[in-house]
Design a binder for this molecule. Structure first.
Ligand code: TRP
Length: 368
């Protein structure tokens, strides 16, 4: 397995990541504590999809003392948004609603320019516009949500990034990210830009505010470094809450990626969704109907079932029934796929409507 902010491949062992990255598992007592504030927890928490954290207990201690935190997450524009990208954002929206807190959303529109060979700024700007629509479509509160764009807000960010950069050596970057002497110097600097939103609201408001970052676990190396540096600058270490990856349609290894045609994009039509699921969704069913009826399927490796579990079936009772019926052989792969297609298309229909409407709302979200 390989998990870095720029590459995820192989069979990801999350327990091993917990040990290697040094994050903490979210256990039932922490879930109970969250429940005191949120009521019933989000299914992404209940089902262990947000599975790990750093300093979440401290965030709750502070909150309970009346010291509210802010949320920070982000997206480097370089292509279309797929359903895997939405998971941390949907979760951030839930946190925003439950705790009534601000969200700072970073669009590092230089990141992919620096890290990918064949992408120019013109293209990142096009995707920046498109990607913002997907974020807005999820229903964030414009009064409490601020988009910051690295190249546009550079006047504000650059000075803060330099303060971070001054505390990071080339050696630290090499060991944290696996970059070597052949890396371009923009790549070496980049992590200091991703650190900035974790304390920028504290800079702007002139007081220390706790920060909680919901993100997929591959971004952890950035924030491990950020946590080392910020206390040296007089700020809190940012806390984080981390999720697993949505697998690609083809199987349970790696993660869904923008560069695969088989990924489900937020702009896909119902027919495209149908064709992709029918053609690519890896099945945990048996080879023949008779065998499936007799021995049942395996939902643990069945990508359609996993998509329902991780995203499209919020109802625990329904999900349980589907799992039972699939294991027993009562439910067939084809039927499971049809159900998933229906669920995805219901979601996308609504999302696309809101996405259209978002075209007139971007201005409300841009940080001024
Ligand atoms: N590096 C992330 C990406 O590749 C973008 C990002 C910036 C981000 N800041 C973040 C992701 C904070 C999660 C949390 O898309």
């Amino acid at each position: 397995m390989k998990v870095t902010p720029w590459e995820v491949s192989g069979d990801v062992d999350y327990d091993k990541l917990i040990r290697e990255f040094g994050v903490s598992k979210i256990d039932s007592s922490l879930l109970k504590r969250l429940e005191k504030h949120t009521g019933k927890t989000h299914f992404l928490l209940r089902r262990g999809i947000f599975f790990a954290h750093r300093d979440l207990k401290w965030i709750l201690d502070e909150y309970e003392r009346g010291n509210k935190f802010f949320l920070y997450t982000g997206r480097a524009p370089s292509g279309p948004v797929h359903i895997g990208h939405l998971m941390p954002w949907i979760f951030a929206k839930w946190l925003q609603d439950k705790f009534g807190v601000e969200l700072w959303f970073q669009f590092p529109d230089e990141e992919k320019f620096l890290f990918k060979k064949d992408i120019e700024f013109g293209e990142t700007q096009k995707w920046l516009g498109e990607n913002m629509l997907d974020v807005i479509a999820l229903g964030f509160d414009p009064k409490k949500t601020h988009f910051i764009i690295d190249t546009k807000d550079a006047g504000l960010m650059y000075r803060e990034a330099c303060k971070v950069a001054k505390k990071i050596t080339f050696n630290m970057v090499k060991s944290s990210f696996g970059l070597d002497d052949s890396a371009n110097i923009g790549q070496i600097f980049y992590t200091s830009m991703q650190a900035v939103p974790a304390f920028l609201p504290s800079v702007i408001k002139g007081k220390n505010i706790p920060c909680l970052i919901p993100h997929a676990i591959d971004q952890d190396p950035h924030f491990r470094l950020t946590r080392d540096i910020l206390p040296k600058l007089g700020y809190y270490k940012p806390a984080s809450i981390q999720c697993i990856f949505l697998p690609p349609l083809s199987g349970t290894e790696g993660k869904m990626s923008s560069s695969e045609n088989s990924s489900i994009f937020t702009t896909d039509s119902p027919r495209e969704v149908e064709a992709k699921i029918r053609k690519y969704a890896f099945s945990g069913g048996r080879d023949t109907l008779e065998e499936h009826r007799k021995k049942g399927g395996n939902p643990d490796v069945d990508v359609s079932f996993q998509y329902l579990r991780m995203f499209f079936e919020p109802d625990d009772k329904k999900l349980e029934q589907i799992e039972k019926d699939y294991r027993s052989g009562k439910l067939l792969t084809g039927e499971l796929k049809e159900y998933l297609i229906k669920k995805i298309n219901e979601f996308l229909k609504e999302h696309q409507k809101r996405r259209e409407k978002a075209k007139t709302e971007i201005n409300k979200f841009l940080f001024k």
